[in-house]
Design a protein. Structure first.
Length: 334
């Protein structure tokens, strides 16, 4: 039994989303337990409103410094957790998990960090899905942990805030507008901007509404889409929780493989994601029962997991109509 549980995945956006099935399964196994989540700021904001969590701790390690980190370790110790599960298992998260002195401390086996845990999990290579990889940490404890879809939660007030944010950006009908995001952190994951421009025009030609979404530093990838098309509003400069609210208020989302795509899919919104060098069977666990579709081309050089590529043939071969038809099928335009 466990009365007080700490689960942790410090970063990043999509990775935190992919841990949410573990949260639900922990609550299934320990319905009376207090379950807290530790993340690096701002990623903990994704989990606000999760009914299976008692507390979300979101720590900014850039400003915390040594004293702040020591204070956090003392706080974790005083919380008297029975069970601490580290789903990142990097040096910082291992140290924080060890500082809980929880009776059971679970993490992925790494030789240099095995000291931090008294249950070191070796996930078999046959386990492909990131969701399944995380759930293996619960199964190693002997817990029932069937896979489920990642999930995020929003309130009606969150949806109203999202609609206000979209209207402030010039979107007249948020609930009938698909947000299109041409940017991505890595060059090899970006479907060409010209294709996103064609996609926006294709949807508009059908009488559908489209708007552009830009994360921090992504304006260079949205400008080519906007070129000569001022009717497409652009939504930018959103904080993480504002992004969650905005996506919850929109009709759907189309973008590259990245964090916002996971957010949209976990909210249960119609979502089409263009995949390049990554592997959908690892990073896209939404196919069964969800409203999300992954579009990719099987070519000899993928998956390569490259961040930069000279030709990006895996993305160049994906046509606009293929993506447009998927979002049309998912979104209810009635």
């Amino acid at each position: 039994m466990a009365d007080r549980i700490l689960i942790s995945r410090l970063r990043y956006m999509g990775d935190v989303v992919l841990t949410t099935p573990c949260i639900r399964r922990l609550k299934d196994n320990f319905p009376g337990a207090r379950i807290d989540y530790l993340a690096q700021a701002p990623f903990g904001d994704l989990l606000l409103g999760n009914p299976f969590l008692n507390k979300v701790m979101s720590v900014d390690f850039r400003t915390a410094g040594t004293s702040g980190s020591l204070g956090l370790m003392w706080k974790l110790l005083r919380s008297r957790y029975d069970l601490a599960i580290d789903l990142l298992s990097n040096p910082r998260s291992a140290l924080l998990t060890a500082s809980t002195l929880a009776r059971r401390r679970v993490g992925t086996y790494h030789l240099s960090r095995s000291w931090a845990y008294n249950l070191n999990v070796r996930v078999p290579p046959s386990v492909r899905s990131a969701v399944e990889h995380h759930l293996e940490h619960l199964r190693a404890l002997g817990l029932s942990a069937p896979a489920s879809l990642p999930e995020l939660f929003v309130t009606e007030d969150d949806k109203k805030q999202g609609a206000r944010l979209l209207r402030a950006a010039g979107i007249e009908a948020p609930a009938r507008t698909v947000l299109i995001q041409p940017g991505a952190k890595w060059q090899a994951k970006r479907w060409p901007s010209r294709r996103f421009a064609e996609l926006a025009r294709s949807l508009s030609a059908d009488g559908l509404r489209a708007a552009l979404l830009a994360g921090p530093g992504e304006e260079p990838y949205t400008r080519p889409v906007l070129s000569g098309r001022p009717e497409f509003p652009i939504v930018s400069d959103l904080r993480l929780r504002e992004l969650v609210c905005a996506l919850s208020a929109a009709a759907g989302y189309v973008g590259n493989d990245g964090g916002p795509a996971h957010v949209s899919a976990a909210l249960g919104k119609p979502t089409v994601v263009v995949f390049g060098p990554s592997e959908p069977d690892i990073w896209f666990p939404y196919g069964a029962g969800g409203k999300a579709v992954c579009v990719y081309d099987e070519i000899p050089c993928r998956p390569c997991h490259l961040h930069f590529c000279e030709h990006v043939r895996c993305l160049e071969g994906i046509g606009v109509e293929r993506v447009a038809s998927e979002i049309r099928k998912l979104v209810d335009w009635s």
